[in-house]
Design a protein around this ligand. Structure first.
Ligand code: MLT
Length: 255
């Protein structure tokens, strides 16, 4: 991967393909490799930018707490570095929270938004306190506790499980803790979404155990023009469980 310095971190990224710029943002606690079954299907349609969010994969992080808005600034820094003014963003789950924060802070730089297995609502108080409990568990026992708890919830497909578990186990505790805090404290962006003017595509599995498909339907209710790709029998990892339909959904952002 290529690397550069921004906002006191080193950010790792890859760029390939041809067409309109599309930035793919991975979920928690994964890295850019989670897209590797989908990007071959999109590289003739898009100038693809893949990154590792701060702390994950080959990117570094900082100890002090940070927010989704700080991670959105990392994306803006990457676009500046690549001299790209406007981009379509597609975020998987937590990557969707970062993409949403970006659309709020830099709406003029967004040509389209894809939310894959994600949501615009903030955490319930129960989910928020669960995240702080997970932070305590990771601090005491390491990242393995997250990998163990999340693997069966990400997908029922054993092939996907065999890929994501070691990927999660490799992520540093500092990244997992930093992202958990940022997710717990993120804003509710449902009302922001009702104001956007760029195309929105929602891609969601019908049996997602982490973020139910109702969250995507709620967004569709506030943006009736949004495309909603419902993937029957698919869990939280559409880019691996249904890569072709996911690519077809993202192609709607080609403009
Ligand atoms: C993710 O897959 O990125 C996370 O499960 C999202 C979340 O915990 O809200």
């Amino acid at each position: 991967m290529e690397k550069f310095q921004v906002n006191n971190i080193t950010l790792a990224y890859e760029r390939f393909g041809r067409g309109a710029p599309l930035m793919l943002i991975h979920g928690f606690p994964l890295d850019h490799t989670s897209w590797s079954e989908t990007t071959p299907l999109l590289k003739n349609d898009f100038d693809i930018i893949l990154l590792d969010l701060r702390g994950f994969g080959q990117s570094t992080t900082i100890e002090i707490p940070y927010t989704m808005s700080d991670m959105a600034d990392d994306l803006a820094g990457l676009l500046d570095h690549l001299e790209i003014e406007k981009v379509a963003l597609a975020g998987h789950s937590m990557g969707g929270y970062v993409a949403l924060a970006f659309t709020r802070k830099y709406p003029q730089r967004v040509s389209g938004l894809g939310l894959i297995s994600s949501q615009a609502a903030a955490d319930s108080s129960e989910r928020k306190s669960g995240r702080y409990q997970t932070i305590r568990d990771v601090t005491q026992k390491g990242v393995g506790v997250v990998a163990e708890a999340m693997t069966p919830k990400l997908s029922a497909d054993v092939r996907v499980q065999a890929f994501v578990r070691p990927l999660m186990e490799r992520q540093p505790p500092s990244a997992v803790i930093g992202a958990l805090k940022a997710m717990a404290e993120r804003e509710d962006l449902m009302s922001h979404l009702s104001t956007v003017s760029f195309p929105v595509t929602l891609i969601h599995g019908s049996v997602d155990m982490l973020i139910p498909i109702e969250r995507a339907k709620e967004i569709k209710a506030v943006i009736p023009s949004a495309g909603l790709v419902e993937l029957q029998g698919v869990g939280h990892m559409p880019m691996m469980e249904a890569s072709r339909q996911t690519a077809d959904g993202l192609r709607l952002l080609a403009g």
